[in-house]
Write a new protein. Structure first.
Length: 206
């Protein structure tokens, strides 16, 4: 799905959306479930993009439907992988995920990645602004690129409505709501979240 001339949602990752950003260097946002990796690579190659054209992989957070192909894709692309320092221990396997996600993580047959760069404060990767939005996970981030907000699991899009991510899946729902509120003065036209179709709506708390 083409969002605009510089942002593309990979159709092979609709179960947990991943996005290509055609910035100064090519960027992949999130890596989807482990079972979609080969389909992702095929779709990327059908766009006449060589895997090694991808220079950065930006992770919104540590959940397994976002990091499912990160090690494999890093090996294929040689890209630099980025995540927030609060979530890196869960991605590298040095710390168990909070709550019941601990058991989901252990059931998922994945290979841990060790080489991850932490986002800095008020950081940009190229022209993509990293915005710290904890709540869904301790190190969840959103990203802003021109008029597109990549919202990860801050919200979901269901029945033509943007709603905060369900409480049961959140590390701290109060912090998630505070993160949503922190975006009220942020200007954007599109919201590209992990679950649901990208849309042109504002994020609010009911």
């Amino acid at each position: 799905m083409k969002i605009n001339d510089h942002v593309y949602r990979l159709d092979s990752t609709k179960s947990s959306n991943c996005f290509l950003v055609f910035d100064e260097e090519l960027v992949l946002i999130d890596t989807g479930h482990a079972f979609v990796g080969k389909r992702m690579l095929k779709e990327i190659q059908e766009m006449n993009i060589a895997p090694t054209d991808i220079k950065h992989i930006l992770l919104t957070h540590h959940d397994i439907d976002h990091i499912g192909n990160v090690r494999w894709l890093q090996e294929i692309t040689g890209a630099t992988v980025w995540a927030h320092e609060e979530d890196i221990p869960y991605i590298t396997g040095t710390k168990d995920r909070p709550g019941f996600k601990k058991y989901i993580g252990k059931l998922a047959a994945k290979k841990y990645i060790k080489d991850i760069e932490p986002y800095g404060s008020n950081m940009k990767v190229g022209n993509i602004q990293i915005i710290y939005t904890p709540g869904h996970t301790p190190g969840h981030v959103c990203m802003l690129y021109n008029d597109v907000l990549f919202a990860g699991d801050l919200v979901e899009h269901k029945r033509n409505k943007l709603t905060p991510f369900p409480n049961a899946w959140n590390w701290d729902t109060q912090k998630l709501q505070q993160s949503i509120d922190s975006l009220k003065n942020t200007e954007y036209e599109w919201v590209c979240m992990a679950h649901g179709k990208p849309c042109q709506q504002r994020i609010t708390i009911d």
